[in-house]
Design a protein around this ligand. Structure first.
Ligand SMILES: C[S@@+](CC[C@H](N)C(=O)[O-])C[C@H]1O[C@@H](n2cnc3c(N)ncnc32)[C@H](O)[C@@H]1O
Length: 286
């Protein structure tokens, strides 16, 4: 069987299972198995594939039919122009998180800062910032030991191990150091909304990376409280938030002595990231 036919067949199978991105998915999966660029695959589509590749391809397509996200099947996801290893212990990095990276690096360009990434997952936020701020250092913490294993592998792959450290920590028990920048993309989906997410997410991505408690704000509030004594004077707190959480998070920040410096909208005009600085230092109250 040649590449063209293999892709056509696979794409049709995915289409019959209501997978909207069927053609692209079929191409990505085959190019990944063959270790070639997707463009090569398309332009050389008369090449025959071996039985071994065919078998592997069938298994990958079967996984996609069951709604497993492409990133988990191929074990990686592109983020901030780098390839990050992912598995089912880590959230798949999302494009909207790149909005936060973009803002933060503009604040600190050419500066040497210390960074704390709370709920680091694959390490994608901390590692992408460190790629841009080449004199800076950072620590990523996560409650999941398996996620921290992946973050360390990503750090090694990106040659950042000397400037990025990763530790297993529950945010509630973390009290070490002072930071110029605290970043976090905490779990922020209200518990009751989780069952309405697509099966690709609920059946595969870790619940601990999604569940933000009854109103989705549990972890966001904890990060804000914690930052009270972890942030240096004039340090920044940058938070990714859910699409309808801006008003509530903004007023929690104000009540806790922060001045909002800027916010970032996604393409649907929802605020998805808030950046604040501490102006009053007192013990946080809810
Ligand atoms: C939404 S994911 C973000 C992952 C990654 N930073 C990203 O942007 O792709 C939230 C992460 O917070 C972690 N987490 C949840 N509860 C935590 C806690 N109490 N302390 C530390 N990390 C926690 C989860 O394991 C998960 O990796």
């Amino acid at each position: 069987m040649n590449l063209e036919l293999a892709i056509k067949k696979a794409s049709l199978t995915l289409k019959n299972h209501n997978i909207v991105s069927h053609e692209l998915d079929a191409q990505i999966l085959l190019s990944n198995i063959m270790g070639i660029e997707r463009e090569f695959l398309i332009t050389n589509n008369q090449i025959n594939i071996s039985e071994k590749i065919k078998k592997k391809y069938e298994i990958a397509i079967e996984r996609r039919v069951k709604r497993e996200p492409i990133a988990y099947i191929i074990g990686k996801k592109e983020f901030w122009s780098e390839s990050f290893k992912v598995n089912q212990s880590t959230l798949i990095p999302r494009p909207e998180t790149e909005l936060l990276i973009y803002k933060v690096i503009n604040f600190f360009r050419n500066k040497k800062i210390s960074i704390l990434d709370i709920g680091t997952g694959t390490g994608c936020i901390l590692l992408s910032i460190l790629k841009e701020l080449s004199s800076s250092r950072g620590l990523g913490i996560d409650i999941s030991a398996k996620a921290i294993e992946i973050a360390k592998i990503n750090s090694n792959n990106l040659n950042l191990s000397s400037r990025a450290k990763f530790k297993v920590f529950d945010l509630n028990k973390f009290n070490t150091g002072k930071y110029d920048l605290i970043v976090s993309n905490p779990p922020y989906i209200p518990s009751g909304d989780i069952r309405n997410l697509s099966k690709d997410i609920t059946n595969y991505e870790p619940l601990a990376a999604l569940n933000g408690g009854s109103d989705g704000l549990d972890l966001i509030i904890k990060v804000i409280y914690k930052s009270d004594h972890l942030l240096k004077r004039e340090g920044l707190l940058a938070l990714e938030i859910g699409h309808n959480q801006y008003q509530r998070v903004s007023s929690i920040l104000k009540r806790n002595g922060y001045r909002e410096m800027t916010k970032v909208y996604d393409y649907k005009r929802n605020v998805r990231c808030i950046i604040g600085t501490k102006i009053k230092f007192f013990k946080s109250k809810k």
